[in-house]
Write a protein that binds this ligand. Structure first.
Ligand code: SF4
Length: 405
C-alpha cells in the first residue's frame, strides 16, 4: 500500500480515493458491520451523513450512535483516545441511558486507539483539494451512498451527492457536522459556504444499491448540503441520481428539498418518478429578512414560483419552515397553503455562524427561544386553519408506508 493511500477494509485495498466513511470503517477493523465489539455490543455501521458517526446495537435492543471528532484540549467527552473524542446520541425513539452511552463510547475508544494513528495519518496524507476560484471543490469517490436513517419502525435512506454547500446560510446546522470532518482531513479552515465535496461516482453506486438493498423511501441531502447548489449545474450528480431512481424497476418514494430554483430543471424527470415529492425551505415571507439571513439562496418569490410550477405539473410538494424568522405567520400560512398541503416546522437550534445576523437590532428578538416557540405555534395554528397538515421529523407522514421498517 502506498503511503497516503486509503486504508484496507477486511484485508481488501479500497480503490476509492477518499471517502471518510471508509476511514471510519478502517478505525473499527478488523471488525466488520454486523459483528460483535463486545458480547453485549454489536457494530452496525458507519456514516458521514450526520457527522462522523459509528452506530451500535447495545444488548441487541438499544441503538446508539457514537459521534467521532478530533480531540480538542479543554473539551469534555464521553470517552477519548489519544487523538479522537467520542460522544453518544440515541438512535431509536428511546433515549440512551447515560451510563450505557458512556460504556459504548469507552468500548469504542479502546478499540480505536491502537489503529487511529495509522488511519488518521493516511487520511491526512490522502486529502487533496482542488481550488476553483475562491471555492474549494473536492471530487471524491464513495463506496456507499444510501444511508439507513429514521427510527426502527420508520426506516428510510438519506442520499447526498454532495457534502458541503455553496449557498452557505450562516445558521446552517451542516457546518457543525462537517467541520469535524474537515478538521480530521487537516483541510484549511475556510468559511462555511465556500467548500463542497462532490461524490462523483454517486449515480453508479446508487444504481448498484437500488439493486441490492431493501427498498425504502429516499430523502436527498437531509442536512449536509443542498442538492441544487451551484455545482450541480455542471456536475449533474443530483440529476443523474434521479435518473437512476426513475429507471429503477420499482422507483422508491423520493423526497428532494432545496433552497435553489435549479430544481425546476428536473421537473419532467421528477414527474416521471411515481412517488416523488419536492420541497423548499421557506422560513419567512419577507424577502428582506431572507436576504439578511440567506443572502445566496433563491428569493422567497422564486421559491414560491417554483413550487407553483411543480403544483401545476402534479408533483407532490412539502415546505419546511425552520428556523422561525421574522414575518407575519398569517401571511406566511396564506402563501404556503397555495403551494402545499404539508408543512414541517422547526425552531432555531443554535445560531452557529449567524450570531452577527441575529445581533442586528432589527432581528435580535428572533433568537429568543420563547419567540421561536410562540411563532411556531402561531404558524401551526394558522396552517391547520387553512387545512394544511403540519408535521415534525424527517419525512412527511404521507411518504412513509404504514408499518415501514
Ligand atoms: S441551503 Fe441548506 S445545506 Fe445549504 S447552507 Fe443553506 S441550510 Fe445549509
Amino acid at each position: 500500500m502506498s503511503p497516503g493511500g486509503p486504508p484496507s477494509r477486511g484485508g481488501t485495498l479500497l480503490l476509492a480515493p477518499l471517502d471518510l466513511r471508509d476511514y471510519l470503517l478502517a478505525l473499527m477493523e478488523p471488525l466488520l458491520p454486523g459483528q460483535l465489539l463486545a458480547p453485549w455490543l454489536r457494530f452496525s455501521g458507519a456514516s458521514t451523513e450526520l457527522g462522523l458517526r459509528l452506530t451500535f446495537l447495545a444488548h441487541e435492543r438499544h441503538e446508539v450512535h457514537v459521534e467521532v471528532s478530533p480531540r480538542e484540549q479543554g473539551q469534555k467527552y464521553a470517552a477519548q483516545s489519544p487523538r479522537l473524542a467520542f460522544a453518544y446520541r440515541h438512535g431509536g425513539a428511546e433515549r440512551v441511558d447515560q451510563q450505557l452511552g458512556r460504556l459504548v463510547c469507552l468500548a469504542v475508544a479502546a478499540h480505536v486507539a491502537p489503529r487511529e494513528q495509522l488511519v488518521l495519518d493516511r487520511l491526512a496524507a490522502s486529502a487533496s483539494e482542488t481550488l476553483e476560484g475562491s471555492t474549494r471543490i473536492r471530487k471524491i469517490h464513495t463506496t456507499r451512498l444510501l444511508e439507513p436513517a429514521g427510527t426502527p419502525d420508520q426506516r428510510f435512506y438519506t442520499l447526498s451527492p454532495y457534502l458541503g454547500c455553496l449557498i452557505g446560510c450562516r445558521f446552517c446546522y451542516a457546518q457543525s457536522r462537517l467541520d469535524p470532518q474537515r478538521a480530521l482531513l487537516r483541510l484549511p479552515v475556510v468559511p462555511w459556504g465556500s467548500y463542497v465535496d462532490a461524490r462523483v461516482n454517486a449515480p453508479e453506486v446508487l444504481a448498484e444499491e437500488l439493486r441490492t438493498l431493501p427498498p425504502r423511501p429516499i430523502k436527498f441531502c437531509p442536512i449536509v448540503s443542498d442538492p441544487y447548489q451551484a455545482v450541480e449545474r455542471t456536475m449533474l450528480l443530483t440529476r443523474r441520481c434521479l435518473e437512476v431512481i426513475a429507471r429503477a424497476p420499482a422507483p422508491p418514494p423520493t423526497l428532494i428539498m432545496t433552497r435553489a430554483t435549479l430544481m425546476l430543471r428536473d421537473l419532467d424527470l421528477l414527474r416521471s418518478i411515481p412517488e416523488a415529492w419536492v420541497g423548499a425551505s421557506i422560513p419567512t415571507l419577507d424577502d428582506d429578512v431572507r436576504a439578511h439571513f440567506e443572502p445566496r439562496a433563491a428569493s422567497i418569490p422564486e421559491r414560491l414560483e417554483m413550487l407553483r410550477a411543480f403544483r401545476d405539473a402534479g408533483v407532490k410538494r412539502v415546505v419546511v419552515v425552520q428556523p422561525m424568522l421574522p414575518g407575519d405567520p398569517e401571511a406566511l400560512a396564506d402563501a404556503l397553503a397555495q403551494v402545499t398541503s404539508s408543512v414541517s416546522l422547526g425552531v432555531l437550534r443554535g445560531e452557529l455562524g449567524a450570531q452577527d445576523d441575529f445581533a442586528d437590532p432589527r432581528y435580535a428578538f428572533a433568537r429568543e427561544e420563547p419567540w421561536q416557540t410562540r411563532t411556531a405555534l402561531a404558524l401551526r395554528d394558522a396552517l391547520l386553519r387553512r387545512g394544511v397538515s403540519v408535521w415534525l421529523g424527517e419525512l412527511p407522514p404521507e411518504l412513509l408506508p404504514h408499518g415501514a421498517s
